[in-house]
Each structure stands twice: as C-alpha cells, then as structure tokens.
Write a protein of this length. Structure first.
Length: 100
C-alpha cells in the first residue's frame, strides 16, 4: 500500500500536472476556469477536521505529499548480503582508482 502511494506521489505526470494547475491558479487572466476566483472557490463538500474541500486544497495535499517523497525519498533497506556485496564493490573501486 505504501509503495503504491509513494509511486503515485513520485510519478512525473502527477507532479507536473499538480505544479501546472497550482501555477495557473496564480493568474486571474485569460483562463476562465483555473483563475483565482473560480478554481479556489469551488467546493467538493466538507470534511469534519479539515473544513471545505476545494480543488486547490486537494492539489496542495498532493503537492505536500510529493514534496515529502522527493525530500525523504523511498527508504532503501539493505539486507546483510546486499551490504556485503556493496562494500566489496566499493573496495574494488577504491583499489582500481589507487585509493587503497
């Protein structure tokens, strides 16, 4: 489940679309639907703890989640065999470059 969430939040299409829509929201010019007044004032309903659900709040939630995934990344857990193999490769590389 967690992998599906992090894969969704780190998907380039999701991040790009979210950033584009949030960026378009900043301008009140020629775009009738995505301008500050129309897009930010729409409501999808109410949640008990969070109040009104708007498209901008949904995009903000996705943006925060994507940002956290980008900052902290998917955790890499190595088992002992992978650690030993990686260490051997590092030592071999250091010897090849004359560091050891």
């Amino acid at each position: 489940m967690m992998n599906a969430v992090t894969d969704f939040l780190s998907n380039k299409l999701v991040i790009g679309t979210t950033l584009t829509l949030i960026g378009l929201h900043q301008f009140s010019g020629p775009l009738p639907f995505f301008n500050k007044d129309a897009f930010g004032s729409m409501s999808f309903g109410e949640l008990p703890l969070f109040g009104g659900v708007t498209p901008l709040k949904v995009l903000g939630t996705i943006a925060v989640g994507s940002g956290l995934v980008m900052l902290f990344g998917k955790s890499i857990v190595l088992n002992p065999t992978q650690f030993v193999d990686m260490s051997a490769e590092m030592i071999e590389g250091a010897k090849a470059h004359g560091h050891l």
